[in-house]
Design a protein around this ligand. Structure first.
Ligand code: 13P
Length: 255
């Protein structure tokens, strides 16, 4: 089955609402003709979601919207947190779950990542589950087993009908924002392991349907080499998603 590539921009803690609107208005004309082939997703910070959502909706921009995190409860006394249905209300289709920065700085664990993945599906959205090893793990040659464990934990108990929609981003921590990347071949080896793990948990059809993204220092120069790998279906892009031209060039490479 042919998988539609996805190129998703994780804006992290950059861009006010106004700056975000300008970015999507600059971006969309550069990428709109790709839409049938490539799904392009922007993930602004919470405070820009409403404005970006409104401009996507009113101007009928060919972009999908994602959030960067979510709480797993439907509502409650959780100061500072945002519930899945609040993101649905803003027309989010996707939620990034378990980014290494959330795991490192905000205490996300395999257990909470799993809860968030469940909550996102329950609300009718799709999680972009992030996994990836530290440099220490890579040097110990434990990348594959580490990532397999992270994937198994994240998808535990997910309903079979949701499994095929999963998006899993392989982001080696040491490649994020550093300008360093694994070789495309070695990223593909991990992507294949991710796919096989989903296959072992669910079935072959789910394994072949899920989209596996590569993330970590993706730029217009290197993107095409990752996208040429058979098990890599796109990218989760940080820094290079903050400018329309560079993000558009990466999306173009996914064609
Ligand atoms: P960079 O593209 O800036 O390395 O960030 C990758 C990332 O963390 C995307 O989620």
């Amino acid at each position: 089955m042919a998988r539609r590539p996805m190129v998703a921009g994780n804006w992290k803690m950059y861009k006010t609402a106004e700056e975000g609107v300008i970015l999507v208005q600059d971006l969309e004309p550069l990428v709109s003709r790709l839409w049938n082939e490539v799904e392009i997703v922007v993930c602004p910070p919470y405070t820009a979601l409403k404005s970006v959502s409104t401009v996507i909706e009113l101007d009928r921009l060919a972009l999908a919207l994602g959030a960067q995190d979510v709480h797993w409860e439907t509502e409650g006394a959780f100061t500072g947190a945002v519930a899945p249905r609040m993101l649905v209300d803003l027309l989010c289709d996707y939620v990034i779950v378990g980014h290494s920065e959330r795991r490192e700085h905000f205490g996300d664990t395999d257990v909470t990542v799993n809860k968030k993945a469940h909550a996102v599906f329950a609300a009718g959205m799709v999680p972009i589950v992030c996994v990836g090893e530290s440099l220490e793990t890579r040097e110990a040659e434990e990348t594959e087993s580490f990532v397999r464990t992270q994937v198994r934990a994240a998808i535990e108990g997910i309903a079979a009908e949701h499994a095929s929609k999963l998006v899993i981003a392989y982001e080696p921590i040491w490649a994020i924002g550093t300008g360093r990347t694994p070789t495309p071949e070695s990223a593909n080896d991990v992507a294949r392991t991710i796919r096989a793990t989903v296959g072992a948990t669910f079935d072959q059809s789910a394994a072949m349907s899920i989209r596996v993204l590569y993330g970590g220092s993706v730029n217009p120069e290197n993107a095409g080499r990752f996208f040429a790998e058979p098990d890599i279906d796109g990218a989760l892009v940080g820094g290079a998603s903050l400018e329309a031209e560079s993000f558009a060039a990466i999306a173009e490479a996914a064609l």
